[in-house]
Design a protein around this ligand. Sequence first.
Ligand SMILES: Cc1cc2nc3c(=O)[nH]c(=O)nc-3n(C[C@H](O)[C@H](O)[C@H](O)COP(=O)(O)O)c2cc1C
Length: 179
Amino acid sequence: MDEIRKLVLESDIIIESFPLYFFGMPSKMKAFMDRMINFVSEYRAVNGDEATGRFLHEMRYPELMKKKLILVSACGYEETVDCYDAVIDQFDKICGHDNYTRIFVPQGGMLAEKTFENKIARYMVKFEEAGKEFAKNGKLTKETEEKLSIPMLGHNTFAQAINLNWDEPGVGPYGKVVK
Ligand SMILES: Cc1cc2nc3c(=O)[nH]c(=O)nc-3n(C[C@H](O)[C@H](O)[C@H](O)COP(=O)(O)O)c2cc1C
């Protein structure tokens, strides 16, 4: 953690990348977050939140406020709708909704499937575009965030693919569906 904390302090952009586990972050990611507690100062009865009057932590390192945070996560479900509510709620409370970037992608398992190689390559183009947008503006628009969450496969193809994964593991995770 000493090394990681040093890297965080030296970086302009922090990217937290994780698969969605039970509608939240995996335990290792959570452990990392918990170990970052020393980035905030002790909890004191100062610095109340304007809207609620609630006391808040101050930052131990004010330069942290200038850094950008990007969350990148894939989930296994067909769509991201509702899947990330707990993650968004958590980070909204930590950072404020407009102070971090969300890249949430459905059908994560499909992105490792060789059979979909060409489809995946076409699907990836919008992420490259989003990277350029981020480099230029330091953030993504709500429209771009939404666009990145559009599923790669249609409902019926996805249904076939996930079932093949379990029924015929010998042909590869999601094989035989799309040539
Ligand atoms: C323990 C565990 C819990 C998971 N929980 C969810 C979940 O709540 N919602 C979801 O859509 N996918 C869930 N998944 C699927 C993963 O998000 C999906 O496998 C991952 O994004 C794809 O990356 P991978 O290739 O590293 O598995 C879960 C997977 C595991 C192993």
